[in-house]
Design a protein around this ligand. Structure first.
Ligand code: SF4
Ligand code: SF4
Ligand code: FES
Length: 270
């Protein structure tokens, strides 16, 4: 066996190590039923699987058990199994959740329907194509400064910057936002995840770029009507609407709708 094949075997055995070990610790012989979306961009349907219920089992464990024992071709994306990487986001009973942070017991023996994120095109089964998000990210004006690091900053500035940096790019806020999910305004709206990123950049005291016109004209900040659905699903508790979107809206309003600033822009011709 060459090195690459040995590495792949090792990775595969690590990926399923818990799944096999779990069989020894099933809860009183009980089982759980999952209805998992099987299909691709052309369409698909839910397929029911029954798995042995293991104490502390999360939905990702259950899906991996199905993959290991009943449906080897089931596509699922995951990495850390510790709510850090953001890869395993899916819709469980219609609500975006991290599969590795959602316990099967939460559903108390009831229905567990697992689907891919709906705001993006499905590739296969539980894997959707989230690459549009990375295109949006690349379009954001990067951190720009003429200062030399390390920077000296006030503690309150550092604290303000801490929250948006917690983002794990699970894209569940993007998935739940009606502007993308229902109205499909991907071409005109960057989405809550990127308002969080813009907030970090705009509030960084050493950053010298101005992204307000991008936010207003290109990124569609005005489409957000502060429903707070994005905040409710964020697994790392970023207060997306209160701490990112509303302050950015206030800055855009100050810049573009303040009569004195409006007059100055007219005089300068921009
Ligand atoms: S608050 Fe704004 S960005 Fe968040 S889900 Fe609602 S409309 Fe979308
Ligand atoms: S802001 Fe929260 S919900 Fe949105 S991508 Fe980041 S971690 Fe996920
Ligand atoms: S596997 Fe990394 S967040 Fe779930």
């Amino acid at each position: 066996m060459d090195n690459e094949a040995a590495n792949q075997k090792d990775m595969a055995s690590k990926a399923h190590a818990d799944v096999h070990a779990d069989e020894k610790a099933t809860v009183d012989g009980r089982t759980a039923k999952l209805r998992v979306f099987r299909g691709d961009a052309a369409g698909g349907e839910e397929v029911e699987y029954e798995i042995p219920l293991v104490e502390g089992m999360v939905v990702l464990d259950a899906v991996l058990h199905v993959q290991a024992h009943q449906a080897g071709d089931l596509a699922v994306r995951w990495n850390c199994k510790a709510a850090h990487c953001g890869s395993c986001s899916a819709e469980i009973n219609g609500r975006p959740k991290l599969m590795c942070k959602t316990r099967v017991e939460e559903y108390d023996g009831g229905e567990i329907r697992v689907h891919p994120l709906r705001a993006f095109p499905v590739i296969k089964d539980l894997v959707s194509d989230v690459s549009w998000n990375y295109e949006v990210s690349r379009g954001i004006t990067p951190f720009t400064t003429s200062q030399q690091a390390p920077f000296t900053m006030y503690e309150e500035d550092v604290e303000r910057l801490y929250e948006p940096k917690k983002c794990i790019e699970c894209f569940m806020c993007q998935d739940v936002c009606h502007v993308l999910r229902t109205h499909h305004k991907h071409a005109q709206f960057a989405g809550p995840r990127f308002f969080v990123r813009n907030q970090w950049l705009e509030m960084h005291p050493m950053d010298e770029a101005d992204r307000l016109s991008e936010l207003k004209e290109r990124d569609g900040l005005g489409f957000c009507n502060i429903t707070k659905c994005c905040t409710e699903v964020c697994p790392v508790d970023i207060h997306i609407t209160d701490n990112s979107i509303i302050p950015l809206k206030e800055r855009v309003a100050d810049e573009y709708y303040d009569p004195a600033k409006w007059l100055m822009r007219k005089i300068r011709g921009r």
